[in-house]
Design a protein around this ligand. Structure first.
Ligand code: MBD
Ligand code: FE
Length: 307
């Protein structure tokens, strides 16, 4: 069967026999994807057994709540970022903003809010993981600081696990919303994250293994940054020195999104950050682009957990 015959068949079964109201956008997408699938079945000689294996895999993926994990794992989420970058360039979005990168599946809405500063960890890893200060400035691309910008931060613990999904952690551990102070600054006191690994027995890792791939991410910290008159930024920094920095199963590492860690232990540093023992330090600033009538929308609607 050639593509013409396939398209005719798809049309006969899913377009011509419509008797109710048609959502034309859904229709065009379904018709295109079915045509592409039928063509792939023909071209690759996909057998009934292989087809059902694939369909059962999709069912397992949903049942394990890993759709949002496979999507970055296959590069689909990063691909959408690259498309958005191209759309921004086309639309003439101002240059110099902090690069976007994928949200991933582990954001939880409803984290505690504060102004300027937050302690993010619940103390459970005190003496186990290094203390980490993360701070920076939110500004426009010209460096004008943005007070009252909403900085949502979330990251993993020392096992690479995220609260809410990991029920051994306290509610909202390592998740906070910090509004920048009058100087556009945010500061977080937290613990060093460790890179995430896909559940070894889950469907995502099962497919990655069939592709000869690992399911590891470098150590990283996620952000949503929102400010009036600016485009919402979804991004993360990945931490220099991690063996997976440029071998991220989710392809989130990008130039401009690499954080370097400093060691701080001087009496002045301890005093400035109100700490009594040596700590790790990351400075990470953000530059937001102006929201104009022609700039593409950066808000992504997707199902998210609510803590
Ligand atoms: C993560 O922590 C993550 O950021 C992504 C993209 C996928 C899985 C786990
Ligand atoms: Fe993550």
């Amino acid at each position: 069967m050639n593509r013409q015959e396939i398209d005719a068949l798809v049309k006969k079964m899913n377009v011509d026999n419509a008797t109710g109201e048609v959502n034309t956008r859904v229709q065009e997408i379904v018709v295109r994807l079915l045509g592409d699938l039928f063509e792939a079945i023909v071209d690759l000689n996909i057998t009934q057994n292989e087809l059902w294996k694939g369909l059962e895999y999709i069912a397992d993926l949903g049942q394990a709540n890993e759709v949002g994990l496979l999507v970055p794992g296959l590069g689909l989420e990063h691909f959408m970022d690259l498309l958005e970058d191209a759309k921004d360039a086309q639309a003439g979005v101002e240059q110099g903003g902090t690069p976007r990168t994928i949200e991933g599946p582990l954001y939880v809405a409803g984290a505690p809010e504060s102004v300027g500063f937050a302690r993010m960890d619940d103390g459970a890893e005190e003496g186990i993981m290094d203390t980490l200060i993360i701070e920076g400035v939110v500004s426009d691309v010209d460096g004008n600081v943005l007070p009252n910008a909403k900085v949502e931060i979330w990251h993993a613990n020392g096992q690479g696990n995220y609260s809410f999904f990991d029920k051994t952690q306290s509610e909202f551990n390592l998740r906070r919303t910090i509004y920048t102070d009058e100087n556009g600054r945010y500061r977080a006191l937290t613990t060093m994250p460790v890179g995430y690994g896909c559940p070894p027995d889950g469907p995502t890792q099962k497919l990655l293994t069939l592709l000869g791939r690992h399911g590891q991410r470098p150590s990283h910290v996620h952000y949503f940054i929102t400010a009036d008159g600016f485009r919402k930024l979804t991004t993360q920094f990945n931490i220099e020195g991690d063996e997976y920095l440029w071998d991220d199963f989710a392809f989130a590492t990008r130039e401009g999104l690499i954080a370097t860690v400093a060691d701080k232990s001087s009496p002045e540093d301890l005093a400035e950050y109100n700490l009594d023992k040596p700590f790790k330090y990351i400075n990470f600033d953000f530059k937001l682009t102006k929201d104009t009538s022609t700039s593409p929308d950066t808000q992504v609607e997707r199902r998210r957990a609510q803590g």
